[in-house]
Design a protein around this ligand. Structure first.
Ligand code: SAM
Length: 256
């Protein structure tokens, strides 16, 4: 195949083969056609998420600072979709001397196990391995969904967000971070291309970027900001505000 080149970007040669059943998505992670958080992914997750999600660590820091406004000595705090427990540990360490309890939830056994290891020295952490949509929440002052709701089936999201709302005490908060769709097709196209640039600048190869994107089909299903806000409003949240945004990556604070 001849090689076409524009502005230094090779566009006319197929330089790799992406098979349907095996995708290398970078950071030593290979998945069988569909993205999963199961198995060995947890060994490489921290590096992968920090390089793939803009402002990942800043978001954790923001949630930690926000938590000071909601965590009381008798509080229960949920980190739903905790993965390897980075945020859980940060929150639990920050509030170690209070009587607050931190419940980390993840559906993947390997992730729950990593969280247990990370939080082994934190007596205020409990790790629950299971599907958060089936969880009976205790009364809580803070629930964090940090890039987790986007992996819950869209037709289950309203019920789930409503259950979180019902679990929160008056004045309690949900912190929701999500990848979001742009409000129009031209904007979505632009946002998508900006994200490709972000990943290239982060050192991912074109092959890895395409592989990750293909693996996420029907796994990560983002909504627009407007639809996420509607989910929150329908659940009953009164005060809703965007607290962080980088192109398609958004954090929202919703207070009951
Ligand atoms: C992008 S990761 C979240 C990152 C993490 N919150 C952090 O701060 O690093 C999404 C996580 O949600 C978990 N997850 C997806 N669906 C879930 C469900 N229904 N119940 C519990 N955990 C779920 C996945 O196993 C995965 O670990």
């Amino acid at each position: 195949v001849g090689c076409l080149s524009t502005a230094g970007v090779q566009v006319g040669t197929i330089q790799w083969r992406v098979t349907e059943d095996y995708l290398e998505t970078g950071d030593g992670i290979a998945v069988d056609s569909r993205w999963t958080f199961a198995g060995q992914v947890s060994d490489h997750f921290d590096e992968h998420v920090a390089r793939s999600v803009p402002l990942y660590q800043d978001g954790h820091e923001l949630v930690a600072r926000l938590s000071d406004f909601f965590v009381r000595p008798d509080s229960v705090v949920y980190d739903v979709g905790c993965s390897t427990g980075t945020l859980t540990a940060k929150l639990a360490t920050r509030h170690l001397r209070t009587g607050a309890r931190f419940v980390a939830v993840d559906i993947e056994p390997s992730m729950a196990s990593k969280t247990r290891q990370r939080c082994a020295d934190l007596p205020n952490v409990e790790v629950v391995e299971g599907d958060a949509t089936q969880l009976t929440f205790e009364r809580s002052d803070l629930v964090v969904l940090y890039y987790t709701l986007q992996f819950v089936r869209p037709d289950q999201r309203q019920l789930f967000v409503s259950a979180v709302y019902e679990a929160l005490n008056e004045g309690g908060a949900l912190v929701l971070f999500e990848k979001v769709l742009a409000p129009s097709a031209p904007l979505q196209d632009l946002m998508q291309q900006l994200y490709v640039e972000f990943k290239l600048a982060g050192g991912y190869t074109a092959q890895e970027i395409v592989a990750k994107s293909r693996s996420l089909k029907a796994v990560l299903q983002p909504l627009t900001t407007a639809r996420n806000v509607r989910l929150l409003e329908r659940a009953g949240f009164g005060s809703i505000m965007t607290i962080q945004k980088y192109v398609s990556f958004e954090g929202i604070l919703a207070i009951r």
